[in-house]
Design a protein around this ligand. Structure first.
Ligand code: PGA
Length: 245
């Protein structure tokens, strides 16, 4: 299986910047031994899909509602993302869990909505600094997995320790190895054999300099990249560090 390098553009780029960034990623994608994905704001999905036509770079959303349609002012339904040509959606990112009060139960409902619309969900889990200092990181992540993933689950998990997101601080390779090993055990315990095939990405201050080390850690099947994905050269440098797993 190839590693997946996913860019989470968050609430960045005006339209022309998003198209330029997408084009720059596509222009450098040839020969890269990883699956590539970019997730612009939903407003730019259509333009980015258009800019990436004919390239190997896939497009995803950053969130979706749990209902396929209805009276939900300001929300975006999974079928709408699929309709624009997105194939993926990030769900349960810590910025949504923290800033929008998303619970595991809500994330689980969103995963079901995404899959029903034909999207592949990337479900984010991860502990706060306080929880890690308190030695609760595996307990927290174990609960997030059992609460956020429906059974069966066809998607990807991203382990993103909150204290590493946007901070320039990365988890050590040992910490990542320990947590990814734990997540794999949990997936197998909760999902049986199916749990062995679920890709587990690492996210949190992934940069070209630390990517080779992080992407070489056992059970790391790729990266979810925030800040560094806004620079095509950095994103592509990270992707060049990917390997087959
Ligand atoms: P970062 O963000 O790479 O800027 O730390 C990662 C993420 O939030 O997905």
């Amino acid at each position: 299986m190839r590693q997946l390098i996913a860019g989470n553009w968050k609430m960045n780029c005006l339209g022309a910047d998003a198209v330029a960034l997408a084009r720059a990623v596509a222009a450098g994608a040839a020969g890269i031994q990883a699956d590539l994905l970019v997730c612009p704001t939903a407003l730019h999905v259509a333009a980015v899909v258009q800019a990436l036509k004919g390239s190997a770079v896939a497009v995803g959303g950053q969130d979706c509602h749990m209902a396929p349609k209805g009276a939900h002012t300001g929300d975006i339904a999974a079928p709408m993302l699929a309709d624009l040509g997105a194939g993926w959606v990030i769900l349960g990112h810590s910025e949504r869990r923290q800033n929008h009060g998303e619970t595991d139960e809500m994330v689980r409902e969103k995963v079901l909505a995404a899959v029903a619309a034909g999207l592949t969900p990337i479900v984010c889990v991860g502990e706060t600094e306080e929880q890690r200092v308190g030695g609760q990181e595996t307990e927290v992540v174990g609960w997030q997995i059992s609460g956020s993933l429906p059974k069966p689950f066809s998607g990807v998990i991203a382990y993103e320790p909150l204290w590493a997101i946007g901070t320039g601080r990365t988890a050590t390779e040992q910490d990542v190895a320990a947590m990814h090993g734990f997540i794999r055990e949990e997936l197998v315990r909760q999902f049986g054999e199916e749990g062995r095939g679920i890709r587990i990405l690492y996210g949190g201050s992934v940069r070209p300099a630390n990517a080779p080390g992080l992407l070489a850690v056992p059970e790391v099947a790729g990266a979810l990249v925030g800040g560094a994905s806004l620079d095509a050269a950095d994103f592509l440098a990270i992707a060049r560090a990917a390997r087959s797993v």
